[in-house]
Ligand binder design. Structure first.
Ligand code: PLP
Ligand code: ZN
Length: 408
């Protein structure tokens, strides 16, 4: 059962009833789900998790779905939290961990948000959904829409990784490739959605994806036996994972399941698209549009995140920071992580390793601190980007299509 209470605007605080279809507040603010935390505290005990499902739905009491028959799950969440000692000793971090989100369905943490949001679409009777995506959210939406039997309309930049486009098509989604960025995709959906009868499930434009993503925060607490790390590195595009985890820590404190300090939240961006870093360094509460955004870490190519104010507030409240790394650094660091740990990360995850190196060498972090890097996806989804480091010459077109397994 869910302890959901109501929805609350993150900007003006206005309340709305749950169980109804909502996008943004009239003031333009994203809506957040609130729960009866006092009732949950009285009745829901963390020891009961022993017999809970081994997916993110183990936290169903603090997720918004009221009727469990509406849950659309492909086994998302409960991803491994891995101690990476060989990488740690190379970098001078004695207590370094990777939360490997690449294990999720469709190979990224986006599965969490879309499992939750699509379950809510089923609960609310929505039949057609549209998304503006940097790539991985499109793949995840397509998969969960296929599982739910809902029609998905996906707008993404023409130059997304091939994996994203292929997955969306294979899952039967309607895909529109756009000559532009996620911001252009969002505009096109806004223009068409009313005429087409689409529900806009783009980042923070509905209240439920963040609820799925927050489970990354519940899990890290549970996996560390109800303690939190000293620092969390999160590759920040829209920033929703970071905001979600911050919300999760607040909720766990209200339940009395954790106490003590919260981690420093460290937002990592790419040098070619760093609106949150610029706003953080400038002391601003909101970001401004990053012109000509460019990075091969496709998920970080978000020039003006809708959740910028919430991310910046969480970073500051946590005593964290925001830092950018170049594409060369993030690709080098991805390969360094793979070689030293056996985890082949998305370039977004690699960006966190590059950022960690910088923050250890400038003394922002100490070697003894317990540090968690969120590897938000698998490197297998970015073969074009990695093939620039590992080019393979082929003798014919046939070789590229699997002819390699044929003996000559
Ligand atoms: C692999 C990966 N990492 C990180 C992000 C950024 O996520 P968020 O919107 O939570 O900042 C994305 C978004 O597309 C992504 O695909
Ligand atoms: Zn509002």
């Amino acid at each position: 059962m869910s302890y959901v209470s109501h929805l609350e605007c993150s900007v003006c605080g206005q309340r709305r009833q749950g169980g109804q279809v909502h996008n943004l507040c009239e003031c333009g603010g994203p809506l957040l789900v609130r729960y009866h935390l006092d009732k949950a505290k009285a009745a829901w005990k963390r020891d009961s998790l022993v017999s809970a499902p081994t997916s993110m739905w183990r936290y169903a009491p603090l997720l918004p779905v009221r009727d469990s028959s509406h849950i659309i799950s492909l086994g998302e969440g409960m991803t491994p939290l891995l101690k990476v000692d060989r990488l740690g000793s190379k970098l001078g971090a004695k207590n370094l961990w990777v939360k490997d989100e690449g294990i999720n369905p469709t190979g990224s943490f986006k599965a969490r948000g879309l499992s939750c949001a699509m379950s809510m679409c089923v609960e609310l009777g929505l039949r057609k959904v549209a998304i503006a995506s940097a790539g991985n959210a499109g793949s995840a939406l397509a998969a969960y829409a296929a599982a739910a039997g809902i029609e998905a309309y996906i707008y993404m930049p023409r130059d997304v990784p091939q994996s994203n486009y292929t997955e969306c098509r294979a899952y039967g989604a309607h895909v529109t490739l756009v000559d532009g960025l996620i911001s252009d995709c969002a505009r096109l959906i806004a223009e068409r959605k009313d005429a087409e009868g689409w529900f806009d499930i783009s980042t923070l434009k509905e209240p439920y994806r963040i609820e799925g993503k927050k489970t990354m925060g519940y899990e890290v607490a549970e996996q560390f036996v109800w303690t939190l790390p000293d620092a969390i590195f999160y590759p920040t595009g829209g920033g929703v994972g970071l905001i979600g985890m911050w919300k999760a820590f607040e909720e766990l404190e209200a339940l009395g399941w954790i106490s003590g300090h919260r981690p420093k939240m460290i937002a990592v961006q790419a040098a070619g698209c760093q609106p949150v870093v610029r706003a953080f360094e400038g002391g601003e509460s909101r970001s401004t549009f990053w012109e000509n955004a460019q990075t091969l870490a496709a998920g970080l190519r978000v020039p003006k995140p809708l959740g910028d104010a919430l991310s910046l507030a969480a970073i500051r409240a946590s005593g964290g920071t925001a830092i950018a790394v170049s594409d060369t650094e993030l690709l080098d660091a991805s390969i360094e992580l793979a070689t030293a740990s056996g985890i082949f990360p998305a370039p977004e995850g690699g960006a966190c390793v590059a950022a960690l190196e910088k923050l250890l060498s400038n003394g922002f972090l100490k070697p003894e601190e317990r540090i968690v890097i969120y590897n938000t996806g698998t490197g297998l989804k970015y073969l074009e980007a990695f093939s620039t480091r590992f080019p393979r010459t082929s003798r014919s077109e046939q070789d590229k299509l699997g002819g390699l397994i044929t003996p000559r």
